[in-house]
Design a protein around this ligand. Structure first.
Ligand SMILES: Cc1cc2nc3c(=O)[nH]c(=O)nc-3n(C[C@H](O)[C@H](O)[C@H](O)COP(=O)(O)OP(=O)(O)OC[C@H]3O[C@@H](n4cnc5c(N)ncnc54)[C@H](O)[C@@H]3O)c2cc1C
Length: 571
């Protein structure tokens, strides 16, 4: 137990900071170019895009992180044979730490695209380097170093929103309490912030944001940058859940140029799962976010580009050149030869009049460590009877919450896997309230104080509590397809294969060259494994479509099949 509480930097120092021997350095030389740095010169500055992975050939470099008082704490000192970098360098994003030459330094600079070539060409060495990059990010996530500083109260809805956004995107951050933390008080004073304007966010580059939206925060910390409007991608993938990420991994590893969009974070619904136990190859289970982070890093290793968060809000008919144009919410446009719709589904909301008054602080649609911390030792209500509800109940109860599960049916057996039903029945902290439905919410200033539910008998019960979890199914994310002439079924899921028209590939929509996979597809199996399988399967179809289109430029993304149903419309 004590071992797991030790920081990663202590437990896995050798893997985090491996030494390359002389032969290995010779093997990586062909991927980089040698540069010299004077003593005191910065090789990397936090908040700015660095040159890539840096292998030290001679001299010494200190890696430091900025502390809250503006000073610098030493993380590690690198000498000859060691390399600098973490995941940001692989993706060409701004660095999270500072690196300064302590004496004249000679170094091999490996730019992000060459680093990806190294991963492919030098599998063993690539594995060691990749593992080190991931562990270094894990270390930064543990301390919050290198990321933005949020000043606000942990229970505040906007703080929760910003923390959850950064956590889901695997980006380090620190939260300071404005009342108890001296640094927070100093920041509030320095920037003349009224307590009513909290939370504020101090970005690594020094910019101050007042209660920013996720897009503003993402741009400030460098998660997204502008997209080259002149580039034509082989495939644009809309959605970075398990389906979209699987397409990215297989398409990029097979040489296609891939751009993946997600309006929130990588991982989709699977990223919200407290523990996935039915995914092949993980006998002890794995948290959804851990599984998805692996896929996200893997896709980038093969060269897939990520635009996250970036929302696609329109798919134009192909132009004369047979290409598709995706419109982004911020006005940018992206061109691709083919499109994969992997936009999945979103959580269904409860039909209670004042639900939105409590959604920021007290109503939750997933159960991550953030929510578990808020609810520890408290009574919470959880609505839903499917597997996702069961997993969340078991997870929250395991973290100390007392969970009242409110379900409409007479028991859980009809809608939930047996292993979860058994676990719920065996848990002293979970009580299942059957044949009941939430009838009212009470509270003040955005904070819930009580939930009422009505039994099938007509009797209504009032339960004082501060947190409500909703796991009541999902609706397809297809509003953005309005006007695209992609046909949907009556519930809004995308039609594919023979339902989309004659001669269609099983995953192809009513438009040639546009495919749909995962939960968003009509008739799909709503499981992580099924989404991943379709993500892999669609790549073969992409190859044959692209090959045909190249051989016959007059071919048909413009032609839409005769569909048995009307084209897409907003629901
Ligand atoms: C809490 C929970 C627990 C679960 N546990 C399990 C489990 O244990 N085992 C299992 O097999 N299944 C589980 N599931 C189901 C599983 O997660 C889904 O079947 C799977 O995630 C579907 O993958 P997907 O990629 O098709 O879609 P999603 O996972 O829904 O991903 C779609 C992505 O598209 C993005 N998006 C949507 N619209 C746009 C747009 N216009 N522009 C850009 N991006 C967009 C969304 O932000 C999202 O990230 C669970 C689901 C939930 C909610």
């Amino acid at each position: 137990m004590a071992l797991s509480l030790q920081p990663t930097i202590e437990r896995r120092r050798d893997q985090m900071f491996p030494d390359l021997d002389r032969v290995e350095i010779e093997r990586v030389r062909r991927f980089g170019e040698v540069r010299s740095f004077a003593a005191g010169e910065a090789l990397l500055t936090a908040g700015q895009v660095g040159p890539g992975l840096i292998v030290i050939l001679a001299g010494r470099v200190d890696i430091t992180q900025r502390n809250q008082s503006g000073g610098r704490d030493l993380i590690v000192s690198h000498g000859p044979g060691q390399f600098m970098g973490e995941l940001a360098q692989m993706a060409g994003r701004p660095g999270l730490v500072d690196a300064t030459a302590q004496e004249p330094v000679q170094a091999l600079i490996i730019q992000p695209d060459r680093l990806r070539a190294l991963f492919v060409a030098e599998a063993d060495l690539g594995e060691r380097i990749m593992r080190a990059l991931i562990l270094r990010r894990v270390g930064l996530l543990e301390t919050g170093a290198g990321g933005p500083i949020i000043v606000g109260w942990a229970e505040n809805g906007d703080v929760l929103r910003l923390e959850s956004f950064l956590r889901r995107n695997g980006h380090p951050h620190q939260l300071l309490n404005p009342e108890t933390d001296a640094e927070a008080k100093a920041l509030i004073e320095r920037f003349h912030v009224d307590p009513g304007q909290l939370p504020i966010v101090l970005c690594p580059g020094g910019q101050l944001l007042r209660n920013p939206g996720e897009d503003e925060l993402a741009r400030c910390v460098g998660l997204v940058g502008p997209i080259d409007p002149n580039r034509v991608y082989d495939v644009a993938v809309v959605g970075a859940g398990p389906a979209g990420l699987a397409t990215a991994v297989y398409a990029a590893s097979e040489g296609l140029s891939v751009l993946v969009f997600d309006c929130r974070s990588f991982g989709g619904q699977a990223g919200a799962s407290a523990r996935i136990e039915n995914y092949l190859g993980f006998p002890t289970g794995i948290t959804g976010i851990a599984l998805m982070a692996r896929a996200y890093n893997q896709a980038q290793k093969f060269g897939a580009e990520m635009a996250i968060p970036d929302e696609v809000n329109g798919l134009n008919a192909a132009d004369d050149s047979g290409r598709f144009v995706l419109q982004l919410r911020d006005g940018e446009r992206v061109t691709a030869r083919s499109v994969v719709i992997a936009s999945g589904a979103r959580y269904r909301r409860l039909g209670v009049a004042n639900l939105d008054a409590f959604e920021a602080s007290s109503v939750h649609y997933w159960a991550s460590p953030l929510e578990a911390k808020l609810c520890a030792n408290q009574e919470v209500a959880l609505v839903g009877a499917g597997n996702s509800a069961g997993q969340a109940a078991v997870y929250l109860a395991g973290q100390g919450a007392k969970v009242k599960m409110v379900v409409r049916g007479a028991n859980l057996g009809a809608t939930m896997s047996r292993y979860l039903v058994d676990r719920i029945e065996g848990h002293a902290n979970i009580e299942v309230v059957t044949r009941a439905a939430v009838s009212g919410l009470e509270g003040r200033d955005g904070f819930l104080e009580a939930v009422r539910w009505r039994h099938a008998t007509g009797e209504e019960l009032r339960q004082p509590l501060r947190h409500l979890f909703l796991f009541i199914g999902a609706e397809p994310n297809t509003d953005w397809l309005a006007g695209s002439s992609i046909a949907l079924d009556p519930k809004g899921f995308v039609l594919t294969g023979e339902d989309a028209g004659a001669d269609r590939h099983p995953l192809e929509t009513t438009r040639r060259g546009v495919f749909a996979i995962g939960d968003v597809r009509a008739k799909s199996i709503k499981r992580v494994a099924a989404a991943v399988g379709e993500g892999a399967q669609v790549v073969a179809a992409l190859h044959s479509f692209l090959a045909e289109a190249a051989a016959n430029p007059a071919m048909a993304p413009n032609s839409s099949a005769t569909s048995p149903l009307a084209p897409a419309q907003s629901r």
